[in-house]
Design a protein. Structure first.
Length: 229
């Protein structure tokens, strides 16, 4: 558990964003929490961070966390954080694709969904509503949850960017069939989507669920069990 230096709320470290102090005093995002030295954690959305920067609250909180007043907050820190979170999430998707845990192509996803093997369903932001609805319906049927609100997660990137991240052509929809892979992807996506805020998720699908609501229940239970929540 870590404490957000702005809100003072506690949360698991995987749900927060680490800021690190570079040797030259520059404050930089460390979303993978691997940079050496002292770190400070934030859990607020981008608009809240921008307000905290404008009012000087972030500087004061960082000075206390790093125990120094000699630091520089770059003007584009929020943009740097957003870019790092997006890269981290798309890198995670790429890793799962190379590991064989990710499916693309509507027919393959529908088959996995109807067989009860689908754990997480994702759509590019420019995916058609009809295609997304068809996949969601197959998922509900396969998981014996017809009539529920189970549906996929719309990503704030187009099919072009998603395809590049996965090293495949014309990826509009993607599905994960491994519960642990779904958990890892969900964690990376949740941090990214929480930071940018729901209004930044440009999805033409009829509904735009985010976070854990887009995970099949078995995956959520496995995730919570492994994380000790």
């Amino acid at each position: 558990m870590r404490t957000c230096i702005l809100s003072r709320e506690e949360a698991p470290r995987d749900g927060l964003i680490r800021l690190a102090l570079a040797p030259d005093g520059m404050v930089l995002p460390d979303v993978r929490a691997k940079a050496p030295g002292r770190g400070a954690w934030i859990g607020v959305a981008r608009d809240e961070l921008e307000t905290a920067i404008a009012k000087g609250r972030l500087r004061g909180a960082l000075s206390r966390a790093f125990k120094t007043g000699t630091l520089t907050i770059p003007d584009d820190l929020p943009a740097r954080i957003e870019e790092a979170l997006q890269r981290n999430a798309l890198d995670r998707l790429g890793l799962e694709a190379r590991a064989g845990n990710l499916l693309t192509g509507s027919d393959r996803i529908v088959q996995a969904a109807r067989e009860g093997r689908l754990r997480l369903l994702l759509h590019a932001s420019d995916a058609g509503a009809d295609g997304a609805a068809k996949l969601a319906q197959a998922w509900r049927v396969g998981s014996d949850r017809e009539g529920s609100g189970l549906r996929g997660l719309a990503l704030p990137v187009t099919r072009t960017i998603l395809s590049l991240a996965l090293g495949r052509e014309n990826v509009v929809h993607a599905g994960l069939t491994d519960a642990q892979a779904a958990r890892r992807v969900r964690e990376a996506l949740d941090r990214w989507l929480h930071f940018i805020g729901p209004e930044r998720v440009n999805a033409p699908c009829e509904t735009r669920p985010q976070g854990a609501s887009a995970l099949e229940p078995e995956s959520r239970a496995t995730s919570e069990e492994n994380e000790g929540f």
